[in-house]
Ligand binder design. Structure first.
Ligand code: SF4
Length: 442
């Protein structure tokens, strides 16, 4: 495989980005090199997502465009991976004659075999693994240095069966990785330069490997020498238990920000969504976390226009967003996903009503986020530098422990990625803060 180059196209969520990083490491380990662009590649992997309608359509469009790419050079290979690969399986080979291989999210370890085989030999591998320790693709910091922030998979799949969600169907039921393996990978990543770790799972806090529950896992990983920050995504509110709350009080690297998807603020909607939690429980758990770790902020995901949602219930979501004071809200309008339980519910909220409800949530969320950022002006915050600012100008950007994006101003000087610096916030802008390194003056 020496001399062959690969190009990865990643769609969807953080889980997919993490899977793509593992695939890139596996291919490099097998002797392939990353191509700078698709034009220079011999093998293209499209890692697909089907959580949202548009993502699946985008996947189909991206795969379709690869037909011309493949024709331009003999021997090129097209691989469809991820959730839509799992969902359609061999259907991809029927729909697109230029597709060589289809790999479900649990079957990514077969990628190196596909890369080694002759192009044009169809290969399909889908279905879920038993979740044995070897079924988790560990990060390879020996092949690719982690950035300042690295992700560690703690579980696969999900057994919650929220009625709107396709994840259990395309990623299988919950299987937890042994805590000892999670801890070992965490230690290897920190030793290789990561300063911040994010534990990753679909309902990440529904973790139990018999030797350790989620809180115990937080304590084990939080004790890795040299680790400065610890986060996890995405927790389910129903599993925020007293032990997890205590861990937030005791485990110093745990950051003062939790992304806690609530989906709705109305109990009847939460019931129809199969969330098995209530508004009161959510508020109670948020309050407990705030008491355990002062200065805690929260982000969330919200769906508006779920089947049967009334105006009043939509208003309860807005009021929950305000009551918690979420600083980051990802809000979406509901659309039925084939293969979910909610597909059978009448999609009875008209599109203009959904759009208006989305706007209400976004306005409330925008006002809260603006107020939060304004409250930080004049304070000093710890920033983990991630890299050059996407605003250019040779500046740097990073994140606070509360997950706020900060751009350093011109006085920042050279600040290598991975640096933890104290920054005086000078300005709040939409979506970010501008600050000066403490001690550098203006
Ligand atoms: S907990 Fe999350 S991943 Fe699991 S079914 Fe519910 S929404 Fe989907």
């Amino acid at each position: 495989m020496e001399g062959r180059r690969f190009f990865l196209v990643t769609m969807g969520c953080q889980m997919n980005r993490h899977d793509s990083a593992r695939m890139a490491e596996a291919l490099r380990g097998a002797g392939l090199e990353p191509a700078e662009s698709l034009a220079g590649a011999d093998l293209c992997v499209v890692n697909t997502c089907c959580v949202r309608d548009k993502a699946e359509n985008k996947a189909r469009a991206a795969i379709g465009r690869l037909a011309a790419w493949k024709r331009r050079r003999p021997g090129r290979t097209v691989v469809v991976a991820g959730c839509v690969a799992e969902k359609l399986g061999p259907g991809w080979l029927n729909a697109f004659s230029h597709v060589d291989a289809v790999l479900g999210p649990d079957r990514l370890d077969a990628l190196t075999r596909v890369a080694a085989g002759p192009a044009g030999t169809p290969f399909v591998s889908t279905g879920f693994t038993a979740g044995a320790p070897a079924d988790f693709l560990a990060a390879r910091p020996d092949l690719a240095a982690p950035g300042p922030t690295a992700f560690v998979t703690v579980s696969k799949g999900c057994s919650q069966h929220c009625t709107f969600c396709i994840v259990p169907a395309v990623r299988g039921g919950l299987r937890c990785r042994p805590a000892v393996d999670v801890e070992a990978e965490a230690a290897a990543l920190v030793a290789a330069g990561a300063r911040e770790l994010v534990l990753l799972g679909q309902a990440v806090n529904d973790y139990d490997d018999r030797a350790a529950g989620f809180a115990a896992l937080l304590r084990r990983v939080g004790a890795v020498p040299g680790l400065r920050r610890l986060r996890y995504t995405s927790p389910h509110p129903r599993f925020v238990d007293a032990d997890t709350v205590r861990a937030h009080a005791d485990v110093a690297p745990l950051c003062e920000h939790v992304h806690l998807p609530v989906q709705s603020g109305a109990d009847p909607v939460l019931r129809r969504m199969g969330r098995r939690t209530t508004r009161e429980e959510i508020l109670h758990r948020v309050d407990a976390l705030r008491r355990a770790r002062p200065g805690m902020t929260f982000g969330t995901d919200v769906i508006v226009g779920f089947p049967g949602e009334t105006d009043e219930q939509a208003g309860e979501t807005v009021s929950l967003v305000r009551e918690v004071g979420f600083t980051q809200v990802f809000a979406f309008t509901y659309s039925p996903r084939p293969g979910t339980a909610a597909e059978r519910f009448p999609d009875d909220v008209p599109a203009p009503v959904k759009a208006a409800r989305l706007q209400s949530v976004q306005e409330a969320a925008g006002a809260l986020a603006d107020a939060h950022r304004r409250s930080l002006v004049g304070t000093t915050v710890e920033v983990l530098i991630e890299g050059p600012s996407d605003r250019g100008g040779g500046r740097w950007q990073g994140r606070t422990r509360n997950n706020d994006v900060v751009h350093l101003d011109a006085a920042g000087g050279t600040t290598p990625p991975g640096s933890l610096v104290e920054v005086v916030v000078g300005e709040a802008r939409p979506h970010c803060l501008i600050g000066t390194r403490a001690g550098t003056g203006r």
